[in-house]
Structures are given as C-alpha cells and as structure tokens.
Ligand binder design. Structure first.
Ligand code: GLU
Length: 277
C-alpha cells in the first residue's frame, strides 16, 4: 500500500497550532525552521507543495502576551489578524534561508460553494505551483468565523486542507498532528492501543475511534482529521495522519515507510468533486 506514496507529486501539508508552538503559545522556531527546510528540499526534487498552516490565533496571542484563548469571537479574530501577519513574516524568513519563495493565500468556504470563487482560487493556486512557489494557506478568520467557533464556514483547518487538496487535484494530503496517527483505542487510557497503519474505508466503527478536540489555541482534533480524510478518499486522494513533532517524517512517508495512518484512496471509487453548488 505504502509504495504508492513514493509516486506522489502534488502534496498538501497541513500543520496545526500544536505543531508550531509550545503550550504557552510561543512559537517553536526550531520546528518551523525544520518544516521550511523539508518543504524547500521537496521543492528542489520538483514536487509541488502547498502548506496549510494554522497558528494565527496562537501566534497573535503569544505576540501580545495573552496566555489563554479568549472566548469572544471579535478578540479571536483580532488575534488571528495580528498572528497571521507575524506567522507569514516568520515563514518568509525561514523559507528565504533555502531560497524558496512563499505566497500567502487566505480562503473561505466560498471556494466550495461559489463557482467563480472556486475557479479563481484554483487558478491562483495552480499558477503559484507552476511558478515554483509554495502557497501558505489559512482561513480568512476576519470574515470566516465558523472555524474559530461561530457562523458558517469550513470549521477547522483540517477540513480546509482537504478542500484545498480536492481544489487543486492533489495526490496526497499530509496532516501533521500532535498524535502519531489513528489508534485502535485511546492510547492515553488503554495500554494495548495500537496505531492503525492503513485504512481503506471510513466506517462508523472507525469514526467512533476518533475522539478528542484540539489543543488550547487550535481547533481540530482526530474527528476533524477523519472527516478531512473522508473528503479526500471520496475524491481519490490519499491522506496520511502523522506526528508533526519532527517534520522530516515527511521524507520517510514519501519513501513509503509505514508511519502514521494512511487512508488509501482508490481512483476507481471517486464519487465527488469538491465543488458542491
Ligand atoms: N485559522 C485559525 C488559526 O490560524 C484556527 C485554525 C485551526 O486550528 O484549525 O489560528
């Protein structure tokens, strides 16, 4: 099964707040530097890379010295605006080290519900890829409020990344998380819990294994990761959920090593395109 991952060319990598920062909200520069190194190295091998990055709220909070995630929407949005600028500045600095140009793209769910916006976003991203640039995507938290707790949009960056993968016809989605993959039981509660390395269909039983929500400044959890994998499976795109504490794990995944949970897509089973209107 894993051999198929060696052939992947267009890859969406999603990194969560917990992988980018320490629990106190401060940025983990070493990890961001490693991520920039790995993704730039993959670009040199002529792979096409899109990074979907969370962390705007967390970084914004860290920047102004706020320790806990605020409950009210407007403050979260303000923090996201502060943090997004900061986050891109830091990404640019690290990617620059490897001579890699990045671009900021902020999206809303309009890319799956409004045909013109679907087309515009697709054209922009495909052109950036053609230019050899790594787009760094987040949801536009100023107007797209469900993601951070209210309203009607993607809901979280796991879902956003799956929709981006289908938007650009990606070959693979890699979800970097703070957990090694999907387990047969809750590894914190059950000693014998084992990682499930390969999944071919998302059954209700499997969905029941996914518990837990995100960390203090993040939004997702295993539930949103499984639904992201489901969107990709239905579109014929493989997904791997793995631990992002060492981003070089991406190399091992692309070498076909049995790491994390691989949701194996079957091209002959594709039933929908991500444009829903
Ligand atoms: N867009 C938000 C951020 O960048 C939250 C994303 C998420 O945790 O899924 O902070």
């Amino acid at each position: 099964m894993r051999r198929v991952l060696k052939q992947k060319k267009r890859i969406v990598v999603k990194v969560g707040t917990s992988s980018l920062s320490y629990p106190n909200g401060r940025l983990n520069f070493q990890r961001i530097a490693n991520l920039a190194f790995i993704l730039s190295a993959l670009r040199n091998k002529e792979l096409e890379i899109i990074l979907v990055s969370s962390g705007a709220i967390g970084v914004g909070a860290g920047r102004i010295g706020m320790i806990e995630k605020p409950a009210d929407l407007a403050t979260k949005q303000a923090l996201a605006a502060i943090g997004q600028a900061e986050l891109i500045k830091i990404y640019q600095k690290f990617f620059e080290e490897y001579n890699q140009i990045v671009a900021q793209v902020l999206l809303t769910k309009d890319i799956v519900t409004i045909a013109e916006r679907h087309e515009n976003a697709r054209n922009t991203l495909l052109n950036l890829l053609k230019m050899g640039i790594i787009p760094i995507i987040n949801e536009n938290d100023t107007i797209s409020t469900y993601e951070i707790g209210y309203g009607g949009n993607f809901g979280d960056n796991d879902t956003l990344s799956a929709n981006v993968a289908t938007l650009v016809d990606a070959d693979l989605l890699i979800l970097l998380s703070d957990i090694d993959g999907l387990y047969s039981a809750d590894p914190k509660k059950q000693k014998g819990a084992e990682i499930i390395h390969s999944v071919e269909a998302i059954t209700p039983e499997l969905e029941k294994l996914a518990t837990g929500t995100g960390t203090s400044f993040g939004t997702g959890g295993m539930i949103t990761k499984i639904s992201a994998a489901k969107i990709c499976l239905e579109a014929g795109i493989d997904t791997v959920i793995t631990n992002g504490s060492d981003p070089s794990i991406i190399f091992s995944i692309l070498e076909g090593k049995e790491i994390g949970t691989h949701f194996v897509a079957r091209k002959d089973k594709v039933i929908l395109n991500n444009y829903q209107a």
